[in-house]
Design a binder for this molecule. Structure first.
Ligand code: KIV
Length: 257
């Protein structure tokens, strides 16, 4: 198994896994100093392109953003989301996963789903493509975006799916919007790390969308803590620039040739 992947798995029960999304190089260079995992998430569809859902994200868009992120990632494990429709069956999934791995030089791919995509995961793993799973709220296929784990059948399904993903060879599982006690049970019952988003501190690690964490996204999301208000910082800089240009204070001689 790849050294970086092994290192991540070994963090379980020892130290928390820190993970964030990145969609481009400059941000990735900053995150690389602090993160264990950097995910090029298909959330870029809504965050950057204003798509109604991640279902509109294409393989080519994911590959181009991942190539940019790759330039900024030297230490962290880099994972790329496989977009909707690119892993319909094992053959299509293998072809597309190979394309992602070879074009972006990422370390692993992430796929959404449980039992239904088991054969697909097994095929990728057999072909030496490391797979991160994703359970709980599944933005690519869920009709409503509510947290998971209220109903017994839902709880049993998520726990069962987590075990199946582990058996299929996934090296880690993202748990999105999973009820607190269920996240605890899943994390305890499997030997690969769980990485939560809106899934309490019972997971082995946490992931957030970087735009949410820095406050670039103006909307409030329950499971997000804004660690800065970068919109204010940017607004101040742009305001000062616009004043300087209008008052002919920029550019000065030292900024000219
Ligand atoms: O697409 C994404 O950014 C994700 C994370 C939110 C886990 O899947």
């Amino acid at each position: 198994m790849d050294k970086k992947i092994l290192k991540l798995i070994n963090k379980k029960n020892k130290s928390k896994i820190v993970s964030l999304t990145a969609y481009s190089k400059n941000i990735a260079t900053i995150l690389d100093n602090f993160c264990d995992v950097i995910l090029v998430g298909d959330s870029l569809g809504s965050v950057l392109y204003n798509y109604k859902s991640t279902r509109e994200v294409s393989l080519d868009i994911m590959i181009e953003h991942s190539k940019s992120v790759r330039m900024g990632v030297k230490k962290s494990l880099m994972v790329v989301d496989m977009p909707y429709n690119t892993y319909k069956n094992p053959k299509i999934a293998l072809k597309n996963a190979k394309k992602i791995m070879s074009k972006t030089k990422c370390d692993a791919v992430k796929l959404e789903g449980g039992k239904k995509i088991l054969k697909i995961i097994q095929t990728l793993v057999k072909n030496k493509i490391p797979v991160m799973g994703h359970l709980g709220l599944l933005p690519q296929t869920d009709k409503t975006f509510k947290y998971k784990g209220r109903k017994i059948f839902e709880r049993n399904k998520i726990l069962n799916d987590a075990k199946l993903l582990e058996d299929a060879g996934a090296f880690s599982i993202v748990l999105e919007c999973v009820e607190t006690s269920l996240a605890k049970i899943v994390t305890k019952k499997i030997s690969i790390p769980t990485i939560g988003i809106g899934a309490s501190n019972n997971c082995d690690g946490q992931i957030l969308v970087i735009d949410d964490l820095i406050g670039l996204n103006p909307t409030d999301v329950r499971f997000v803590k804004k660690y800065s208000n970068i919109r204010n910082t940017i607004a101040k800089a742009v305001s000062n620039y616009s004043k300087d240009v209008r008052k002919k204070k920029f550019p000065l001689k030292k900024q000219s040739y």
